[in-house]
Ligand binder design. Sequence first.
Ligand code: 3H9
Length: 699
Amino acid sequence: MLVSYHRVNELGVITIDNPPVNALSYGVRKGILEAITTAHADDSKAVVILCEGRTFIAGSDISEFGKPIAEPSLPQVNAAIEALAKPVVAAIHGTALGGGFELALSCHYRCALESAFVGLPEVTLGLLPGAGGTQRVPRLIGVQAALDMMTGGQKIAASKALKLGLIDRVLSGSMKDGALAYARELVASGTGPRRIRDMSIAPESFAGEAFDAYRNRLNQRKRGQESPQKIVDCVEAAITMPFDEGLAYERSSFIERSQSEQSAALRHIFFAERQAPKVLGLDKNITPRSIDQVAVIGAGTMGGGIAMSFANAGIPVTLLELNQGGLDAGLALISQNYSVTVGKGKLSEEEAATRQALISGTTDYAALASADLVIEAVFESMDVKKQVFGRLDEVCKAGAILASNTSYLDVYEIAAATTRPLDVVGLHFFSPANVMRLLEVVRAEQTADDVVATVMRLGKRIGKVPVLAGVCFGFIGNRMLRQYAREAQLCMIEGAEPGQIDGVLTRFGMAMGPLAVGDLAGLDIGYKSRQALTAEQRGDPRSYAIADTLVEMGRLGQKTGAGYYRYDSHTRARSANPDVLAVIKAEAEKYGVSRRALSDEEILNRHLMALINEGFRILEEGIAQRPSDIDAVYVHGYGFPAYRGGPMFYASRLGLDKVYGCIDDLYKRTGEAYWKPAPLLAKLAENNQSLEDWVASND
Ligand code: 3H9
C-alpha cells in the first residue's frame, strides 16, 4: 500500500509510504487521488496529508521523466486536493521538494517540523516546477522571492519558510500529533479551505523591465542554462494570465523541459552522483570504521581546504605543519576564508566560529596518535610522500586510515613505505577543497575493503561526490586532463590564439577555458612536474614548448600579472597579451609547425574527443567503475557543464559511431598514437552497441 486513508475521529488522514523518499510515482499519485475522493465523500471535517519514513514527498519520481506520463498527473492530483471543500493540511518532515512541495502548496495549510526543509529544486534537473509551483509561489510570497527560490533551487529551512509565508506553522515534538492538533484547531475555529489559486499577486514594481533585468542577470549567473529563463517566463505568466491559463502555460513549458537535452543530462548527473559511491563487488554487510577525529598534514591551500571540509561537517581536525610559521599562515588562511563566507552572508559568525574551533594546529607528529584518518597533503614528490608515510606508520594507532591526496603518484608505492598497506588509500581532493565536490578515492592494490567502504561513506558525510578510481598516472580526472591540455597547446601552436581556445570552451559551458585555468593555477606548477619526467614521459615538445617558454620568461600566470593573458594588478581583469603571440609564433617556427586558421568547431571537437577517447581507455582498463563515474568526475572536479551531462554522456548522445568516426579521422590525419580510437570505443561502435549495453553486460 503506497497510500492509505484512515479516520482519526473527525479528521481524515492520508499517509504516503513509498521508500526511500516518497517520490510521486504513478501508484502514489493514483493512491492520493483515491484517498481524496474518499475524504470528499465521508463526513470528515478536515484532512491531513503526511508521510511515513525519513521524509515528506521529495518530488516526482525522476526516473519517470522523459517517458509518457500515466494519469493521474500531479497537476490533476493537486487540483483535486485544492478543490476539496474541507481544509487540507500538509504535514512536512524531512524535505518537501519539487512536486512534493507543490502538492503541499495545493493543500490549504502547511505545517512543518522545525528540522524540515522545503524547496523547488527542479532547476537543478533542467526542469521547472510543473505542478503549479510557478503560479502558486508568487501568489504566496511575491514575485522577487518566488523567482529567487525557483531559479536558485535551494532548500529553505522551516523557520525561514515560515517567515517568507511558504508555510503556516512550525512544529516541535511529534509531527503527527502537532499536525492533527493544527487540523483540529482549524475545525474548531470554523476555518475553511484557503486556496492559493484565489489569491492575487501582491502589487510590486516587478513589471516587464524588471523581468528583463532579471533574465539578463540570470544569463550571466547561469550561463548556457535554459531552465532558469523558462521559470522567469512562467512567473511572468502568473502575473499576466488568469490562474488556469498560467497553469496550462506552465504545464506545456514543463513538458517541453522534461524532453530537453539539458534535462536529460542533468538527470543523468543526479543519478551519477548517487551511483558513484556504490562500490561494485563490495560486501554490503561490511562494517565501516568509525571516523571521529581526522588529521591533515600540510597547512597549505589544499591542506587547509581539506581541513575545512571536515570541520564544515562537524568533524574535529588536527592540521600539522612542520614549522610554526607555516602553521600560523595556514590557520590564518582558514580564518580568512571563513570571514569571506560570513561577509557574503552565507554563514553566521557563530557558525563560522564553531567550525573554526574544530580545527586545531600542531607541529608535532605525536599529536596524530589518536586520529582515525590522516590525510597527507604535502608537496607532490614520491620521496617526500614516502617519508611522511614512514613517519605516520610510526605514530598512528592501529586501524587508522592513512590517505594521500596525491593527484598523480602511485598509491601502491606510497603504501609500500608503511608496514600496513591495507590501511592506505588515495583521497584526491580538488582545489579549493572546501568548495569542490569531487573526491577521487584511489584504491591501491592492497587497500582493505572496509577502508574503501569507510572513505566512501565519509565522502558523502562531508558533502562530496566520492568516485572510486584505480591506480594509474593521474587516475581518472588528471589522466583525461592531460589529453585535453595537450590539445589546448597544440591548437595554440598550430594557429589559434588563447582567447579563441578559451572562448570556444567557455561557450560550450566549461567553467573556464584551459589556458585561463593554467594562468590561475600558475604555469610553474605544470613546468615543475614536467621537469621531474623523462623526455619520453613529457611527450611531444609541441605540447608544452609555449608553456615552458612563458615560465622561463617569468610569466607564471595571474600571480605575476602575465601568463597566456595579462592581468590588471588591481581588478585582475584579463586581457589578451600580444607578447604571447610572438612566443607562440617563435615556438611554431622552432618546431616547424606552419600556422593556419583553426575553426571553432575543430577546437571544440579536438578537446572533447581527447577527453572521450581517454575516458573509454579508462573504462576498459577498469580505472573507473562505470561511464557515469567519469561524468561525475568531470562535472564536479573539472568544470564540465552539468547540463551537458559529462564527456561520456555527451559521447553517448552524439552516437558512438559518430564519435568513433571523428577520432579515427583525427588518427588518420595526424598519425599520432594518442588518437588511435580506444579499443572499447571501436568495439562498441562496430557492434552498434551503446555504453548502456556495455554497462548491462558487465553487471
Ligand atoms: C519534480 O518534482 C517535478 C515537479 O515539479 C513536476 C511534476 C509534474 N525520484 O539523495 P539520496 C533516490 S522534479 C526518484 O541518496 P538523501 C536516489 O536516487 C523532482 N528517486 O538521499 C537514491 O536512490 P538509491 C524534484 C529519487 O537522504 C535514494 O532515493 N525533487 C528521488 O541524501 C536516496 O536519495 C528533487 O529534485 C526522486 N525524486 O537525500 C529532489 N529523490 O538509494 C531530489 C531521491 O537507489 N532528491 N531518489 O541510490 C534529493 O534531493 C535527495 O534525494 C533528498 C534525500 C534530499 C530527498
